[in-house]
Design a protein around this ligand. Structure first.
Ligand code: G6P
Length: 617
């Protein structure tokens, strides 16, 4: 979490630092700040709240300087106020530093520094790092400080740190210098002509640089307007790979929609076509992937698949479990990456781990991939962001091609994750028992999906009306079975994250083991229904809620006359193959959460306390 930008060149630094930072606001938006170097001094501005607060403060109190760093924060240590906002100063303003990550041993380092007479202004772990660099800089440098001294001080400070960091710092002794380093939190270097950039991810570099170097863990970059170098922790120079950036991918534009989330919901037919494009093989009735990096023998030998991810990506994994077990008959386990990484799950050479992630930067998912690699288990990534850390570190993978997702609540990425998992299930199934006829059915169902998604998007006006009737509900229950159970979980997550209404997702049959106690006339229950095997059973659960006076909203995959008598509201969605129904039935739930949040006056694209990319544990 948190976004970092650094700049050194000929332009006024804030003219680069602010727009670049705005593109990283999805990483956190509790507070923001910047520091430039001007006439041998640090100019510092910090503000609680979103970046526009900082922009306003810069209008009143402008900064000068052509070198600087900036930060948008997702608070870990200390509340989101002006003081805890980054940058933090070390020593007597001898460095200004921004940080993304968590310094786990900050408490003992702080005690040490306080004993050395360093005074702390904030409650952050980051200020410890700023003082620590300053402490070592004072120790190392002679009468005339050198860049080399500062680099050594940074290395000495970072060597004492336990935890994760992506940092950028400036120092008033060197008015044209930015230093950065990373361990666990991403940093990318943007190359320019007479200017250089540093950022948490390449989207920040759009319009500024189209050549980038992804920093690896425990590397340090030293930037001036005319030079850049990358060193390891022993100060040995490294020759990195310079990659071209395709900025078409990063064009944040609401395209006439009020919010990015709404735009992204409406993009789903198209983005799912992009996920399918070129991947369906109508000769062999299977699917094709370019980057799995596993040969057919390895794929055929797989005996166990572990799907892991966080948040919405975890829910897509749950759908994937049903899909892969049904189509490919391979045992699948789905686990939150935060749990999997610390669990010693028995695996062997015939297991694979698949990390599912929109951003490709989620700390727990990354750690899960690394843990599997350590044990020699092949790891794949189902990932949206090209060139992200997980995409680069996994042994192979499949890109989602969903386009940039900016709304913090994930929507189109979920749809593409399910579709990619369906194609993977087809691929693995066709290598095993799935007949050409069955393969053809799956291929045809996938081809029909974009049209079904277009149709379901047309339910928006009805959903907005339903939202108007229920937007003051104190809580909502979401129920589904089999393929629609993960959708119940995802619908509840979407509702709570953007509307702040307490919501629970449950397998419908589990209702009687607890959630039914919550049912009353103010608590709507949403039932996700399809005409499959479970239909009658779900209908019984629905009746049980009605019998207790609870309002019922049904999302049904066809017009069912008994439903219109029994449910208070019925949203009819197109019927597709049962294993793809999650895609279609989930979309009204995205729209429901969106309109509920809007009616409640919530910040849909930037819900409180959340961030799009969770790069801390
Ligand atoms: C955050 C986001 C969620 C997302 C989750 C996992 O919590 O707010 O929308 O589902 O992270 O992110 P990933 O990028 O790994 O899919």
């Amino acid at each position: 979490m948190c976004g970092i930008v650094g700049y050194t060149g000929l332009k006024q630094a804030d003219l680069v630092l602010i727009p670049a930072l705005q593109r990283l606001e999805y990483r956190g938006y509790d507070s923001s700040g910047l520091a430039t170097i001007h006439q041998g001094r640090i100019q510092l501005r910090k503000k609680a709240g979103k970046i526009h607060n900082l922009v306003q403060s810069l209008q009143d109190f402008p900064v000068l300087g052509t070198t600087g760093i900036s930060h948008t924060r997702w608070a870990t240590h200390g509340p989101a106020n002006d003081v805890n906002a980054h940058p933090h100063l070390g020593g007597i303003s001898s460095v200004a530093l921004v940080h993304n990550g968590v310094i786990e041993n900050y408490s003992s380092l702080k005690t040490f520094l306080e004993d050395m007479d360093y005074h702390f202004k904030s409650e952050t772990d980051t200020e410890v790092l700023a003082h620590l660099v300053s402490y070592h800089f004072d120790k190392i440098c002679g009468d005339i400080p050198t860049v080399d001294n500062l680099v050594q001080a940074v290395i000495a400070a970072l060597s004492l740190v336990k935890g994760t960091y992506g940092i950028a710092l400036v120092c008033p002794f060197f008015p044209n210098l930015v230093i950065g380093s990373r361990l666990g939190s991403p940093l990318v270097l943007g190359l320019g002509d007479g200017e250089h950039f540093l950022a948490s991810d390449p989207s920040a570099l759009m319009g500024f640089s189209n050549r980038a170097i992804y920093l690896d863990d425990r590397q340090i970059c030293v930037l001036t307007p005319d030079s850049w170098s990358i060193l390891d922790m022993k100060q040995v120079q490294i020759s990195p790979v310079i990659e071209a950036l395709n900025h078409e991918v990063y064009s944040p534009d609401k395209a006439g929609f009020d919010h990015f989330m709404l735009k992204e919901i409406h993009e789903q037919a198209e983005s799912l076509e992009n996920a399918l494009r070129g991947r369906l093989d109508e000769d062999e009735w299977t699917s094709r992937f370019g980057g799995l990096n596993l040969d057919s023998k390895q794929l055929r030998n797989i005996e166990r698949i572990i799907l892991t991810g966080c948040g919405t990506s975890y829910h897509a994994g749950l759908v994937g479990e049903y899909l892969i077990e049904e189509l490919a008959r391979i045992p699948v386990e789905v686990e939150y990456a935060s749990e999997f990484r610390y669990r010693n799950s028995p695996m062997n050479g015939r297991s694979i781990v698949i990390g599912i992630t929109q951003s490709g930067e989620t700390a727990d998912t990354l750690a899960a991939i690394r843990e599997s690699k350590l044990k020699g288990i092949p790891s794949l990534a189902i990932c949206n962001v090209v060139g992200s850390t997980i995409a680069r570190e996994a042994d192979g993978g499949v890109y989602l091609h969903a386009g940039q997702e900016i709304g913090v609540a994930s929507t189109k990425a979920f749809t593409n994750q399910v579709v990619v998992l369906a194609m993977l299930a087809l691929h693995l199934g066709r290598m095993r028992h799935l007949s050409a006829f069955q393969g053809a059915q799956v291929v045809e169902s996938l081809k029909e999906l974009p049209e079904a998604v277009r149709q379901v998007l047309a339910t928006e006006a009805q959903i907005r009306e339903i939202a108007m009737r229920y937007c003051n509900s104190p809580q909502i229950l979401f129920m589904g079975r089999q393929y629609l159970y993960p959708v119940a979980l995802e619908a509840a997550l979407k509702m709570k994250e953007i509307s702040y209404i307490h919501s629970e997702g449950y397998p419908a049959a589990e209702m009687k083991h607890g959630p039914i106690a919550l049912v009353d006339r103010d608590t709507p229950s949403v039932f996700l229904i399809s005409r499959g095997l479970m239909f009658n059973k779900v209908m019984s659960n629905l009746e049980e809620v009605k019998a207790r006076g609870g309002p019922v909203i049904a999302v049904a995959s066809e017009r069912i006359s008994e439903l219109s008598r029994k449910a208070d509201e019925v949203i009819v969605v197109p019927k597709v193959a049962e294993y793809l129904q999650p895609v279609v039935s989930n979309i009204p739930m995205q729209l429901f959460a969106y309109h509920m949040a809007l009616l409640r006056g919530c910040d849909v694209d930037k819900p409180r306390n959340l961030a799009k990319s969770v790069t801390v544990e």
